[in-house]
Ligand binder design. Structure first.
Ligand code: 8YV
Length: 317
C-alpha cells in the first residue's frame, strides 16, 4: 500500500504532481471547500503519514493534532513560521524545506520591487495606461540608485544574494542580523535601528519568528525616513503594518515595495490606494523553474523518508 499523504497546495509543476500521484495515495485538501475540509479529513486523518505544505500555509498545532500517524511535513518553501516546530519535535515528526533552489528568484523579486519603487516603474506603467502621458501631464523624475545605501535585514542566503545583485547597481550595502556572518566583506550595522538610519533602502529578508514579529516598527520606519524605501520579501509579520501605512501616509516614509503582508491574501485598502507603494502577491519564488526545483526537493525528501534514507534538506530540530 502506498503511503497516504495530505497535499495542502498543488505544485505548478505537472512533473512534480505526477511523481506524487505515482508514489503515494494523495489526498488534496486544496480541492475541498474550506468549510467541508474538517469532515472530509475525519476518515482520512488516521492514515496520513506525510503532509506537503507551503511556507505560507505551514501546519499549525491544531491541524497536526488531527494527524496521529504523521511522520513528515515537507514544506514547499523555506519559511517555517507557520509550522508548529515544537510539536513536530516532541512527536518526532521530520520537517523538510526547500533551501538553495529558491534563493536567486527571491533575490530577483527583491531587486524588481526596489527598481519598480525607486524608478517609479509601476506608477509610470499606470501613467501610460491611464493616458496621462498623452495628456502631457508632468512626469516627476525618480532618484538614481547609484551611490545609495541599502540595508539588508537578515543576511542568510537570500540576503547575501540580494547584496551581490545590489553591488552591480553601484549601491553600498550593509546588513544587520544578531549573529555576524563570517567571511563577508559587507559591513554589519550594530543594530536594526542603526541599519535603518544608514540606509536609503531597507530590505527585509529575516525569518518570521516570535522575536522578529513587528520588529520593523515606527521607530525603525522613522529612522529610514521620508526619502527611504522599505522592501519586504520575507513575511508581513515582521512589519508593523499599521505603523508603515501611517508613515507612508504622513510622509515619514518615502515608498515601499511589498511582496508579503500581515494577513494574506488581504491587503489593506490604504496600501492599495497609494501610488508610492508597489504590491505583488507573495510571488518571490514563483517561477516555472524554481517551483519545479522546489517541488522536486519535496518529492525527493518524501522518497528518502519513506525509504528510510537520510533526508536531503531536513530542518534541524
Ligand atoms: C513560497 C515562501 O511562495 O519559501 C517560502 O517560505 O514564502 C515562498 O517561497 C511559499 O512557500 C509558497 O509555496
Amino acid at each position: 500500500m502506498p503511503p497516504d499523504i495530505l497535499i495542502l497546495a498543488p505544485s505548478p509543476s505537472a512533473a512534480v504532481n505526477a511523481q506524487l500521484e505515482e508514489r503515494y495515495a494523495c489526498h488534496h485538501a486544496w480541492q475541498v471547500a474550506p468549510e467541508e475540509r474538517h469532515a472530509w479529513l475525519d476518515t482520512l486523518a488516521p492514515r496520513i503519514r506525510g503532509v506537503v505544505t507551503t511556507g505560507a500555509l505551514g501546519l499549525n498545532a491544531t491541524d497536526m493534532a488531527l494527524l496521529p500517524a504523521l511522520e513528515i511535513i515537507a514544506v514547499n518553501g523555506v519559511g517555517l513560521d507557520g509550522v508548529a516546530l515544537d510539536v513536530a519535535r516532541q512527536r518526532g515528526i521530520a520537517v523538510t524545506t526547500t533551501p538553495n533552489v529558491l534563493t536567486d528568484d527571491v533575490a530577483d523579486t527583491a531587486l524588481g520591487l526596489l527598481l519598480a519603487s525607486a524608478r517609479h516603474i509601476a506608477a509610470l506603467d499606470r501613467f501610460v495606461r491611464d493616458g496621462a502621458w498623452e495628456r502631457r501631464e508632468a512626469i516627476a523624475p525618480a532618484s538614481s540608485l547609484r551611490g545609495k545605501t541599502a540595508g539588508i535585514f537578515g543576511f542568510g542566503q537570500i540576503g547575501q544574494a540580494i547584496a551581490h545583485r545590489l553591488a552591480a547597481f553601484g549601491i553600498h550595502v550593509r546588513y544587520f542580523q544578531p549573529r555576524a556572518i563570517a567571511g563577508t566583506e559587507v559591513p554589519r550595522a550594530e543594530s536594526l535601528l542603526a541599519l535603518a538610519q544608514e540606509s536609503d533602502y531597507l530590505i527585509v529578508c529575516a525569518p518570521g519568528t516570535p522575536a522578529t514579529r513587528k520588529i520593523v516598527d515606527r521607530t525603525i520606519l522613522d529612522a529610514l525616513g521620508p526619502q527611504g524605501t522599505l522592501i519586504n520579501i520575507a513575511r508581513g509579520a515582521l512589519i508593523d503594518e499599521d505603523a508603515m501605512i501611517a508613515a507612508l501616509q504622513d510622509g515619514h516614509l518615502g515608498a515601499a515595495g511589498l511582496d508579503v503582508f500581515a494577513d494574506e491574501p488581504h491587503v489593506p485598502a490604504a496600501l492599495r490606494a497609494m501610488s508610492n507603494v508597489v504590491l505583488t502577491p507573495h510571488v518571490g519564488s514563483l517561477t516555472v523553474e524554481t517551483r519545479h526545483a522546489m517541488g522536486q526537493l519535496v518529492v525527493d525528501n518524501l522518497a528518502a523518508h519513506f525509504a528510510g534514507q537520510p533526508l536531503l534538506t531536513p530542518v534541524k530540530q
